[in-house]
Design a protein around this ligand. Structure first.
Ligand SMILES: Cc1cc2nc3c(=O)[nH]c(=O)nc-3n(C[C@H](O)[C@H](O)[C@H](O)COP(=O)(O)OP(=O)(O)OC[C@H]3O[C@@H](n4cnc5c(N)ncnc54)[C@H](O)[C@@H]3O)c2cc1C
Length: 480
């Protein structure tokens, strides 16, 4: 089947020569690098699931007849949309919701764009063909994509309009017979070193001011394209065991700045060029915004469920689950979990066929969970901290359990319901959610991955049906 196995994914990464830099050194092989290899393994396990559960995780392509990863489906019915949602939830649960940029994020984006290919054809007829062919290319090869939407800025305007500066922001520097040549820097390619291809487009609510702009771009190229350089932050996989660093040792998805040093983008990989209005309306007109929110809802739900399960185990271990303040905090976690589940379900139940013939999730519930999580997740982590208190610090390493203090550790750290080892193991996991570099990055991710909170608030304002609500208030005012 066309859907890849984990081994095929790893082989794909090994066969391309990407320029990835980490701690001042060029990474020779991302699949064996100590800071990246476990993240590669986690993505590989997602691909393996497609072969373990083909009925749940794949679908038969209506064009090629091959079995493809289900997140590539262009859903035409509510059933297909719900199947895609269940598949994405399965992937998200596999990573405890800690790999927000799993491949389904970009797969649903390109599925929406391919269905709306005539939107891209409005720029130039060939761009419509390009997007359709590219979707077929990535779905049939089951490729992994990273993406980079934001330009680095040297200074900020008070209006919030992007400061697109010559020499920093990514722009077209020339056009050739072969394609466009682009130069500049972009952030923040999560999953960059773990990907086959990079998609470059603009934020959902892009704020370019000119009508034609060398900064208005939408294209995708292999990560190994000459001139493309990925600069990693330091890895939060510290090389420790699963006992000591349960999440960081599994789910490091890495974030990168991307430098484009006069990178040639072949014409067949260009989907939009120069047209500011078309660029700005892409996410809303093609509804890719709502499809990515659907993927985000699955991730949010998996994350809420995981943290709630963790909190329940923490309070059980400490013997304080029945205390009123614990119950209040647990109930708040339950609320976030069930609200997220309801949003995801409503987005599927109230889905409608859009003008492209795609079954599009209902946008309000999908967008609501995306907005909610920007403030809910930091609060969720705060609740864990309040529940765990000093137990986060009563976390000796694995070595201590075989060191001279082992008898005291076993005696004094045990609780009524847990051995010392189980207690420490649990709270090392809790620390990886609520305190470690890995956990702190998760909080930052949830605050900002979907662009800054103001942008998301504006997006919600733009789609919210306001008139009916104001009319109801007016009716009361007018009722003498
Ligand atoms: C962990 C992580 C992963 C990410 N992954 C990806 C990814 O995979 N792909 C991708 O494309 N992007 C990704 N992003 C980037 C994300 O899209 C941006 O972080 C987000 O759009 C905010 O932009 P910025 O970081 O440049 O913030 P800034 O623009 O630097 O803003 C910083 C703060 O200042 C405020 N601010 C900014 N400008 C103004 C102004 N003019 N007036 C008043 N306040 C202002 C903002 O609201 C924010 O609170 C990721 C971000 C994080 C943190």
């Amino acid at each position: 089947m066309a859907a890849r196995t984990g081994a095929e994914y790893i082989k794909g990464l090994q066969s391309q020569e990407c320029e990835v830099w980490l701690r001042g050194e060029r990474v020779k092989d991302v699949t064996t690098h100590p800071g990246l290899a476990n993240g590669v393994r986690a993505i590989a396990s997602l691909y393996d699931l497609q072969h373990e559960l083909p009925d749940e995780m794949t679908y038969v392509s209506p064009t090629s007849g091959e079995r493809l990863g289900l997140s590539f489906i262009i859903p035409r019915t509510r059933e297909e949309l719900a199947r895609r949602g269940a598949m994405m939830l399965r992937w998200a649960r596999t990573t405890c919701g800690m790999m927000g940029r799993s491949p389904d994020f970009m797969n649903v984006t390109f599925a929406a764009w391919a269905a709306a290919a005539s939107y891209f054809a409005r720029g130039r007829p060939e761009f419509g063909d390009n997007i359709r062919r590219y979707y077929e290319y990535i779905s049939e090869r089951d490729l992994t994509l990273t993406h980079s939407l934001i330009n680095l800025q040297r200074s900020r305007t008070a209006s919030g309009v992007f400061n697109l500066e010559e020499g920093t922001a990514l722009q077209v520097v020339r056009e050739t017979d072969a394609g466009i040549v682009v130069r500049g820097a972009r952030i923040l390619a999560t999953l960059g070193p773990l990907s086959d291809e990079i998609a470059v487009y603009s934020p959902r609510v892009a704020r370019h001011t000119e009508t034609h702009s060398p900064f208005a771009l939408n294209f995708a190229i292999p990560c190994a394209t000459p001139g493309l350089k990925f600069l990693c932050r330091e890895s939060f996989d510290l090389g420790r065991s699963h006992f000591e660093h349960p999440l960081g040792s599994r789910f490091e998805e890495m974030d990168c700045v991307v430098f484009f040093n006069d990178v040639l983008v072949p014409w067949e990989r260009v989907f939009l060029l120069g047209d500011v209005d078309l660029l700005n309306a892409t996410a809303t007109s093609t509804h890719s915004m709502t499809h990515t929110a659907h993927q985000g809802a699955a991730k949010n739900l998996a994350k809420c469920e995981f943290v709630l399960g963790l909190a329940l185990l923490m309070t059980k271990t400490l013997g304080n689950a029945h205390l009123p303040h614990s119950e209040e905090r647990l109930a708040e976690l339950m609320l976030y979990t069930e609200l997220t589940r309801a949003c995801m379900r409503a987005s599927e139940a109230d889905a409608k066929l859009d003008e492209w013939g795609v079954m599009c999730p209902a946008e309000l519930p999908a967008e609501s969970t995306r907005n909610l999580f920007m403030t809910a997740y930091p609060r969720i982590v705060e609740i864990l901290q309040l529940l765990g208190s000093s137990s986060f610090m009563i976390t000796p390493t694995e070595a201590d359990f075989s060191g001279p203090l082992a008898p005291q550790i076993e005696q004094y750290l045990a609780t009524d319901t847990a051995s010392a080892r189980d207690r420490v193991k649990l709270f090392r996991l809790a620390w990886d959610v609520a305190g470690s570099a890995f956990g702190s990055r998760q909080v930052l991710y949830e605050r900002f991955f979907a662009s800054d909170p103001l942008t998301r608030a504006r997006a919600l304002n733009a789609i919210y049906p306001k008139d009916a609500l104001m009319d109801r208030v007016r009716e009361l005012l007018d009722d003498e």
